[in-house]
Design a protein around this ligand. Structure first.
Ligand code: ATP
Ligand code: MG
Length: 308
């Protein structure tokens, strides 16, 4: 590999309008004391909003005053890395007040032997994670919409797994077969099997657990019938395959417009020249905050609160 050396540490940047300063990183006792909480955003299906969610969670935590590391495991598309690169441009060009994560794009080994490439990648990933975990409070990992050995391994290192799904039975089918009319369930998906397997690995390695959260993304205000059917089906699956359902994001044009400027909806209220927020932007900000709160990162008594 591959993992380039880490850029400089992020600057602390409390959100002057935020209410999330009460978040505490979950304490994990590593060899050198409390270690970062690892939040992985994953779904084997492409285009469900993984990179959008990863960027918003990372910036939400930064704006709450925490130090955040981010890893892009999708080096082919590198959406998260490109979003952060655009953010650097915006910050440097306009002097915008934009907190930055310590970001690394993880490039997989191109070794001819698949076994060797896998071994190299896993070692490199662990080294990177270990280095980051000692210097930040949270690590947000974006993953490709496909099963890769390093993504699987990263999952086994996660404390939280966020799986965004589009609000459609097609996406639900990628967790488990579900009948749209009767909600009867069938075969469990390969991805859900993978989560199960990595949960076992995690428990065997350090006794830890992976808190799996599924969020419905791009919720439409139009198709109310599908929305209700999806709600019921997702709730049913949550019990069957062991995840929590957390509030998602509505379909909003603003989520598509932020990428070229390197912004998140949370920056719109803090950045000069973005104009007064619209009702939709205020609602979107609330959705992001609600998601972050629903992650359950609050851990009273855990060390290292950064912002009073
Ligand atoms: N809530 C939303 N409303 C409107 N557009 C959205 C929303 N969430 C994501 N998008 C848009 O959907 C597209 C896919 O989102 P994103 O790139 O985050 O998905 P992904 O799961 O990371 O995709 P991939 O699997 O290809 O990496 C992007 O154009 C993004 O701007
Ligand atoms: Mg992506």
């Amino acid at each position: 590999m591959t993992a380039p050396s880490l850029p400089g540490r992020s600057r602390m940047q409390p959100d002057h309008h935020g209410e999330q300063h009460v978040l505490h990183p979950t304490a994990h006792e590593g060899p050198t004391g409390p270690r970062a909480t690892v939040i992985l955003v994953g779904n084997e299906k492409g285009g469900t909003g993984k990179s959008t969610v990863a960027m918003h969670v990372a910036v939400g935590l930064l704006r709450s005053g925490f130090e955040v590391g981010s890893i892009d495991l999708d080096s082919r598309q590198a959406t998260l890395s490109r979003h952060i690169a655009n953010r650097h441009v915006m910050k440097e060009r306009d002097g915008a007040d934009l907190p930055m994560p310590r970001h690394v794009t993880f490039t997989a080994s191109d070794h001819v032997s698949r076994d060797e490439a896998e071994r190299t990648d896993i070692e490199a990933f662990d080294a990177l994670l270990s280095e980051l975990a000692d210097t930040v409070d949270f690590i947000v990992i974006d993953t490709p919409g496909a099963d890769t050995p390093v993504t699987r391994h990263a999952l086994s290192r996660a404390d939280k797994l966020i799986t965004p799904i589009n609000d459609s039975f097609v996406d639900l089918d990628l967790l488990m077969e579900v009948s749209g009319s009767t909600h009867e369930t069938g075969r469990i998906s390969l991805f859900a099997e993978q989560v199960w397997e990595q949960r076992k690995q995690r428990a065997a390695r350090d006794g830890g657990s992976i808190d799996w959260l599924v969020m419905r993304n791009r919720l439409s205000s139009l198709n109310a019938r599908n929305k209700v059917a999806m709600f019921e089906a997702v709730q049913g699956l949550a019990r069957r395959i062991g995840f929590r359902v957390v509030p998602g994001f509505a379909e909003r044009v603003i989520f598509r417009e932020l990428f070229p400027r390197g912004l998140t909806i949370l920056d719109m209220f803090e950045t000069e020249g973005t104009g007064p927020p619209t009702t939709s932007q205020i609602a979107a900000r609330q959705e992001v905050r609600t998601l972050i709160m629903a992650l359950g990162l609050r851990h009273p008594g855990a060390a290292r609160q950064k912002v009073a």
